[in-house]
Design a protein around this ligand. Structure first.
Ligand SMILES: O=C1O[C@H](COP(=O)(O)O)[C@@H](O)[C@H](O)[C@H]1O
Length: 266
């Protein structure tokens, strides 16, 4: 149960007293969206990020979720990936495989990781091609407005610099409006080569959740959610604004500690 927060024009805020509460709420939320999507479309297309997110999703591997979720209907994608070998410690695929995917009965052919044996540019092109095929077969839904893929859920983390997926502050990739998946070779955080969903794809999703914990994220959370002055830095997380979909922020008390009172219920 969320401690406080509510609905504002930046989405629904769920602020949690403890990490354990956040983990349970996040597992409930993902399980509910999975059930609704399988009921409506027969499948659940979910895009993961890397970083702290995967550890916070850990309850999905435990009872009751490990038994109640229809894992056979899950199709897994990555909102961003580092262009490294799949067994490299920096790989978002490896992180998710070790922390989640190997612990639940996901169908291996439903796991859509990137091609790790080509350049970042080719990996982004390949990944977009794969998604296009799955949009054609409607494993991934399509947005009626943008023609972009409409993932049932995109899960994002938030970097201390305000980045989401691999969209970094002031980086030209933020302006990409044609491609679904783009690449960067100059990430300010290692490793330098990455691929990432573009903002139009993130913002076409049916549901987007941003999961943020810890004091080092309090400032970017404030800049992403509060009504800050226009001369304040425009961080990538502020540009996450689903056109038709629902945005939910999962925060712990530390990450929410700089939010203005107007965004808190108590
Ligand atoms: O580099 C990345 O960082 C972000 C944030 O990670 P966190 O550990 O600070 O939560 C992550 O969402 C992204 O997927 C990853 O590639």
């Amino acid at each position: 149960m969320a401690l406080s927060g509510g609905q504002n024009n930046r989405g629904e805020l769920r602020i949690h007293e403890s990490l354990d509460e956040l983990r349970t709420d996040l597992a409930d939320y993902v399980a509910e969206l999975s059930e609704a999507s399988v009921k409506e479309r027969g499948v659940f297309a979910i895009a993961l990020s890397g970083g702290s997110l995967i550890g916070l999703m850990g309850k999905l591997c435990e009872a009751p979720y490990n038994k109640t979720v229809d894992w056979s209907k899950w199709y897994i994608f990555w909102a961003d990936e580092r262009v490294v070998a799949k067994n490299h410690t920096d790989s978002n695929y490896k992180l998710a495989k070790d922390g989640l995917l190997s612990k639940v009965p996901i169908v291996p052919s439903h796991v859509h990781s990137i091609n790790d044996s080509v350049s970042a540019e080719e990996a982004a092109d390949d990944y977009e091609f794969v998604i296009r095929q799955l949009v054609k077969s409607r494993v991934v839904n399509v947005s009626e407005i943008s023609d972009c893929p409409k993932f049932d859920l995109v899960l994002l983390g938030l970097g201390p610099d305000g980045h989401v997926a691999s969209l970094f502050p002031s980086h030209p990739a933020l302006n990409e409006s044609e491609e679904w998946v783009t690449f960067i070779t100059d990430s300010p955080r290692p490793p330098p080569e990455r691929i990432t969903f573009t903002l139009p794809v993130i913002n076409s999703a049916s549901n987007v959740a941003v999961v943020v914990t810890g004091e080092s994220k309090a400032e970017p959370v404030h800049l992403a959610i509060d009504d800050v002055r226009p001369d304040f830095p425009l961080i990538p997380a502020r540009l996450v604004q689903p056109t038709m979909g629902k945005l939910v922020w999962f925060l712990d008390k530390l990450a929410a500690s700089k939010l203005e009172d107007s965004n808190l219920n108590n």
